[in-house]
Ligand binder design. Structure first.
Ligand SMILES: C[S@@+](CC[C@H](N)C(=O)[O-])C[C@H]1O[C@@H](n2cnc3c(N)ncnc32)[C@H](O)[C@@H]1O
Length: 329
């Protein structure tokens, strides 16, 4: 079946890569990108329930260049087979919109209504989507990812809170970029943000932190968000095999400390290098890891034996920019 995903404008390249990773998990691919709309075909569309950097996803019905063609297509569809209950047509003009679509939502709504379906503009059971970009896209929304769902897990909303955590949508995307289907390790877990996102999509989560208070706090947070399948320990990310003897991990997603803090037993770059070595020795698949932009992880990672699959830049504020790397062993 064909799908569309409307990604967020904040980290679009990373958003596209997340869709690609999930499409592959769902036995499919990405075929087209039109500004913030990503589409392709997939066998298991439910994989997109995991998305982090997206506004919504749905079933793609039509893609084309011509208003008349889309109206003819809409007239030819048996909407009763697609729409359950009431409906509304919602139109989105993306920044690159090239077509005159001002009343296209009303025209498509009229066609669907003429087949006997009822409109409910404020609380429709089904949302029919029209996007205008380089092309015109028509779909049925399956799920909208409301900001609030993720906001409720922001650092300052967790029972154990420290201002060190990544935004939950980004943490979720990092987990997805690893393509994990069973388990994830975060060897710098802090308050557990990455593990919360991984746990909520059904993965078994493993974590460690050098600070005992973080480990206790991460447990409180994991329990609070309903995550039960976890193992968290005090330990050093440069010696993972000592903390989990004999264990290897399907995937690692992590956000090491950015500064030279007093808790670090060594220089920051040395910590990054040694933890990458330790991760490499226990990893079976993919790693998603954030580093400050002034540390170029590529050479270090490649000399250890990682293949760097991609990296995505983000400027957080005037004194912090970072890259999110995706690597595999
Ligand atoms: C940027 S924070 C991680 C934030 C985390 N993603 C969260 O949701 O809270 C980095 C964490 O790494 C921990 N840390 C520093 N050095 C470490 C080491 N050698 N081994 C394990 N953890 C370490 C710090 O205590 C801190 O909690």
């Amino acid at each position: 079946m064909f799908y569309y995903v409307e990604i967020l404008g904040t980290l679009p390249e990373m958003g596209k890569a997340e869709v690609e990773a999930l499409a592959e998990l769902g036995v499919g691919n990405v075929e087209k990108v039109d500004y913030l709309l990503v589409s392709g075909s997939v066998k298991h569309i439910g994989v997109f329930e995991r998305l982090g950097l997206a506004h919504e996803y749905g079933l793609l019905l039509y893609e084309g260049d011509d208003i008349k063609d889309i109206l003819d297509f809409a007239k030819g569809l048996e909407w009763r087979n697609i729409i359950n209950g009431t409906f509304a047509v919602r139109r989105e003009r993306m920044r690159n919109c090239m077509h005159e679509v001002n009343d296209l939502d009303k025209k498509i709504g009229g066609i669907i209504h003429s087949q006997g379906l009822r409109v409910n503009l404020s609380r429709p059971d089904t949302v029919v989507r029209v996007y205008c970009g380089n092309k015109i896209w028509l779909g049925i929304r399956i799920r909208e990812f409301k900001g609030k769902e993720f906001e409720d897990r922001k650092a300052d909303r967790r029972p154990f809170s420290r201002p060190i955590a990544l935004p939950p949508r980004i943490a979720r995307a990092m987990v997805n970029l690893t393509k994990a289907t069973r388990e994830v390790l975060d060897p710098f877990m802090g308050t557990g943000g990455m593990l919360i996102e991984a746990g909520l999509i059904g993965l078994k989560v493993y974590g460690l932190d050098i600070r005992e208070d973080m480990v206790e706090g991460a447990k409180i947070n994991l329990e609070y968000y309903g995550i039960r399948d976890y193992v968290v320990k005090v330990g050093d990310a440069t010696k993972i095999e000592e903390v989990f003897p004999g264990k290897t991990f399907e995937a690692v997603a992590t956000d090491p400390p950015y500064g030279n803090s007093t808790t670090l037993p060594m220089d920051r770059n040395e910590l990054y290098k040694r933890s990458l070595e330790s991760i490499h020795s226990v990893l079976e698949g993919r790693l998603a890891i954030a580093f400050p932009a002034d540390f170029d992880a590529r050479d270090v990672a490649e000399s250890i034996g990682f293949k760097v699959l991609g990296r995505f830049y983000q400027r957080v504020h005037s004194s912090l920019s970072r890259y999110f790397y995706v690597m595999e062993v």
